[in-house]
Design a protein around this ligand. Structure first.
Ligand code: PHE
Length: 335
């Protein structure tokens, strides 16, 4: 009898592992625990044929096995039910969308600017945001007390160092490092002590451009910027080159594009002019070449500087520069 009990235990252990669904589980339950024919039930019935003094001990062994079998079968049933629940998940339901971030509109415009100039062979370079007076002003032909320094009210950090007011100092750093031909753009932050309003912010972004080679002419500047504007704003935009002044370019020009809102007729956005200013540019002044030991007889070049916020505002019709820096998701999500 003892051997039979041990054998049944082995048997049940083997069977449990092979059970895969409720139906099989039910069969095994009946096979072992069934009231009439269950293997354990009939074992209990056989007890009466044994000598009296052996009955209690063997009876206990059988009952222990019975509870063991019940326990493992219940456990197995739970596992099967859980597996069934997993299968009942409706995989055709739409999932929960993870929250997606996006690129800031200024980053997007910057990427677009870089892409356009890359197609013309311009390499991206960077310069420091903390500059010396020499790079920010002097080398750009703005000696001390030059009136143009006043127009760019600056943040001085010490007697000699300031936050750059423009990306033009990168021109000087590049020319000091490289020999012509040069073809670079230099994006980055600039700082001016301006009061904040719809079109001014003390920190803003510029992209500087510089191209130097033998035999460069104003027509190269014109062609490059026309290509850029048509890529950025579409081929129907017109450009206007207005004579202007920068200490480090000669001749200098400010470039306007036709207003997209009124198509040149004049409206509120362009203050009735029909044109919007987007760039400053010019041919590199020979005085600047002298500072970096380039021979102005041999080399010519052009430079330009554009405000990234301004381009972004014109492209998307943003009417206030402050939107870019307030991190209001209602604004940012529109891009
Ligand atoms: N640095 C000038 C500005 O900030 C723009 C400029 C760059 C003009 C290069 C000419 C050439 O206003």
């Amino acid at each position: 009898m003892r051997r039979e009990i041990a054998f049944l235990k082995k048997e049940i252990q083997g069977k449990i592992n092979r059970i895969t669904d409720q139906e099989e589980l039910k069969q095994v339950r009946i096979e072992f625990l069934g009231r009439r024919q269950g293997k354990l039930t009939s074992l209990l019935k056989q007890l009466v044929d044994l000598p009296l003094k052996e009955r209690p001990e063997l009876g206990k062994l059988i009952n222990d096995l019975k509870s063991y079998v019940q326990e493992v079968l219940d456990k197995k049933e739970k596992v099967i039910n859980e597996e069934k629940n997993i299968e009942e998940v409706d995989i055709t339901l739409p999932g929960k969308r993870p929250f997606l971030g996006g690129l800031h509109p200024l980053t997007q415009i910057l990427q677009e600017i870089k892409r356009i100039f890359a197609t013309l062979g311009f390499e991206v370079v960077r310069g420091p945001e903390i500059e010396t007076e020499y790079y920010n002003f002097e080398a750009l032909n703005m000696p001390k007390f030059h009136p143009a320094r006043d127009e760019q009210d600056s943040f001085y950090l010490s007697k000699t160092h300031l936050l750059r007011t423009q990306t033009s100092p990168v021109q000087i750093r590049v020319m000091e490092q490289q020999t012509p031909p040069v073809r670079v753009i230099a994006p980055g932050k600039c700082y001016r002590r301006d009061a904040i309003d719809a079109s001014h912010y003390p920190m803003f972004h510029q992209v500087e451009g510089l191209a130097i080679d033998k035999g460069m002419a104003f027509s190269d500047l014109k062609g490059t910027l026309t290509y850029f504007v048509h890529q950025m704003f579409g081929p129907n935009r017109e450009l206007r080159f207005r004579p202007s002044f920068f200490p480090f370019t000669e001749p200098s020009a400010e470039i306007d594009i036709s207003c997209a809102i009124c198509r040149g007729k004049g409206c509120r956005v362009c203050s009735g002019k029909g044109w919007l200013e987007i760039l400053g540019a010019g041919m590199v002044d020979p005085e600047v070449f002298k500072k970096v030991n380039y021979d102005p007889e041999q080399y010519q070049g052009f430079a330009f500087g554009m405000g990234v916020e301004r381009i972004c505002m014109l492209k998307y019709g943003v009417d206030d520069i402050r939107h870019f820096f307030q991190n209001d998701l209602r604004f940012l999500r529109q891009f």
